[in-house]
Write a protein that binds this ligand. Structure first.
Ligand SMILES: Cc1cc2nc3c(=O)[nH]c(=O)nc-3n(C[C@H](O)[C@H](O)[C@H](O)COP(=O)(O)OP(=O)(O)OC[C@H]3O[C@@H](n4cnc5c(N)ncnc54)[C@H](O)[C@@H]3O)c2cc1C
Length: 484
């Protein structure tokens, strides 16, 4: 249990004078703790234990830190600027404000949640995996964390059930050979876990309330949410000032962060939460973000029609209808940045619904609703090459390259010292199609960095979401030129 890596992580998250006590008195652990900066005393142990260790952190010794280890800052953070008022910015602002930190959110549009977060229904879910990959571990952790987080917001009255969403689970259909095979494999990992239930088509039809022929899984900790209302409600809490119609075009550091396009005041910290817009700043221009356009369609419903009581996910998704209209989502067009509604995309949504839920399709399309007359909404997702979000402190690019360039010759070389990072400059972007579940966990991770407190992410997931992971990979692959 007490590996050097674990002790390093504990040390990185501890402030000076942090005390510890442990039953173990093993010499190797005592020496590791001493090397990491703890003053260690061997004391009489409890009960049958002869000896134990206790001690206090006297200094931070950065020599054994990993490139992704959080770097503690000595400044007090009293004011934070957040760029972007979508789910990323709203969750972060809310979390900081609750800690009493004054937070200013800058949004270029005339109100919050006008970009990817502007839909009025989205599914809180994830695609489970039987493999223990970084992405699947992160997305599962994010789902479990966010489910409890949203539940707390409903319980405390910040969100209102039905109006802002419902967390009663969701269905994922086994709609083709690939998903059927995946659902079978999931049994290896989740069969003893009440999070997932395997259901027949008849069982799903009964649960959802419409005829569905495919079998599938019921995912307990999920549901549907209204991203736009969530942003509005979170951003209207005390300690948050929302500056709309304010486009931030550059960031400059001089003993604090100054935002071009914003007020003349300096902020102790800045967090870039403006999705693909992050590439417009010199500090984050190299982040490999990609735009994926998506469109949802709304089908008007007749009163008599049976309606799905739970969200159903297939190639697209179908949340329970609101205001007598059925939302059908969503298209997926890589590198398309138009947010104009398209009839072709409406047809794609309708065709998927017809293919996978034909009985429901026929019951709501009986008046032959014309695709070109449908209402809907198109906006742009922001994704990363590994589909894992980018959340953390930004690297000081030139210094980072200088420090880690020896890895180009020997990727296993041990590089000592903390990674060079930009002072109190953070980023949280690249949620792809999972903004509802990724944003609360990413926000809490950034809050932990800002407040020098432990992150909810394991060190493996801190490295998997770290903004510098792409730069480090390029260095190792020899893609970053070595300067003489
Ligand atoms: C059609 C569609 C369906 C989706 N369905 C789901 C779903 O069912 N479940 C789910 O979990 N996720 C879903 N998503 C994904 C989810 O909506 C996104 O992951 C999430 O909204 C991203 O939030 P964000 O805050 O990172 O970005 P955004 O919501 O895009 O927010 C970024 C904000 O930054 C502002 N901004 C940009 N540049 C500047 C600047 N220079 N200065 C000031 N402000 C700036 C923008 O105006 C915008 O408001 C869907 C996305 C789409 C497009």
């Amino acid at each position: 249990m007490w590996s050097l890596q674990t002790l390093e992580q504990i040390t990185a998250l501890s402030k000076l004078d942090t005390s510890f006590a442990t039953f173990t008195a093993v010499g190797r652990i005592r020496r590791d703790l001493q090397q990491l900066g703890f003053e260690v005393t061997k004391r009489k142990g409890y009960s049958i234990k002869r000896d134990m260790l206790s001690g206090v952190l006297k200094q931070h010794v950065p020599t054994t830190m990993q490139w992704y280890s959080p770097v503690k800052h000595s400044t007090d953070i009293n004011s934070v600027a957040i760029i972007g008022a979508g789910l990323a910015g709203a969750h972060l602002a809310y979390g900081l404000a609750k800690l009493g930190i004054k937070t200013h959110v800058f949004e270029e549009q005339d109100s919050c949640a006008q970009g990817g977060s502007g839909n009025d229904q989205g599914i809180l879910y994830t695609r489970l995996s039987h493999e223990k990959l970084h992405l699947s571990e992160f997305s599962l952790a994010a789902l479990l964390y966010s489910y409890r987080y949203y539940q707390a917001l409903f319980n405390s009255g910040v969100l209102t059930e039905k109006d802002d969403g419902e967390l009663k689970g969701s269905i994922q259909l086994a709609f083709n050979d690939k998903t059927k095979a995946l659902h079978e494999k999931l049994k290896q990992r989740f069969s003893n876990d009440s999070l997932v239930n395997w259901l027949s088509g008849a069982e799903i039809s009964k649960l959802v309330g419409i005829d569905i022929e495919h079998k599938g899984i019921y995912l307990r900790d999920s549901g549907w949410l209204n991203p736009q209302k969530i942003c509005k409600k979170l951003l209207s809490q005390p300690n948050i000032t929302l500056h709309t119609n304010t486009k931030i075009s550059a960031l400059n550091y001089a003993s604090g962060w100054q935002l071009t396009g914003g007020p003349s005041t300096k902020f102790d910290a800045v967090v870039i939460c403006n999705a693909n817009g992050a590439q417009s700043y010199s500090q984050s221009t190299d982040l490999p973000l990609k735009s994926i356009r998506g469109q949802i369609s709304y089908i008007p419903l007749a009163d008599a029609v049976n309606r799905p009581k739970l969200p159903v996910c297939y190639e697209g998704y179908l949340p329970p209808p609101q205001n007598n209209q059925q939302c059908v989502g969503a298209t997926f067009n890589l590198n398309d940045i138009s947010s104009q509604l398209s009839t072709a995309d409406h047809r794609t949504n309708l065709a998927q619904l017809q293919q996978y839920l034909p009985t429901y399709y026929n019951s709501i399309m009986h008046n032959n609703v014309a695709a070109e007359k449908l209402k809907g909404r198109a906006s742009i997702r922001c994704a990363t090459p590994d589909y894992t979000p980018i959340a953390g402190q930004l690297a000081d690019r030139d210094k980072f390259i200088q420090q880690y360039i020896p890895l180009a010759k020997n990727a296993k070389r041990n590089i000592s010292g903390a990674a060079p990072l930009l002072p109190n400059c953070y980023v949280s972007v690249g949620y792809g199609s999972r903004g509802l579940s990724y944003s609360p966990l990413c926000a809490q991770h950034i809050i932990s960095l800002i407040t020098n407190t432990p992150s909810p992410l394991s060190s493996k997931l801190v490295s998997a979401t770290h903004p510098a992971r792409f730069l480090l990979r390029d260095i190792i692959k020899g893609k970053v030129p070595i300067e003489d």
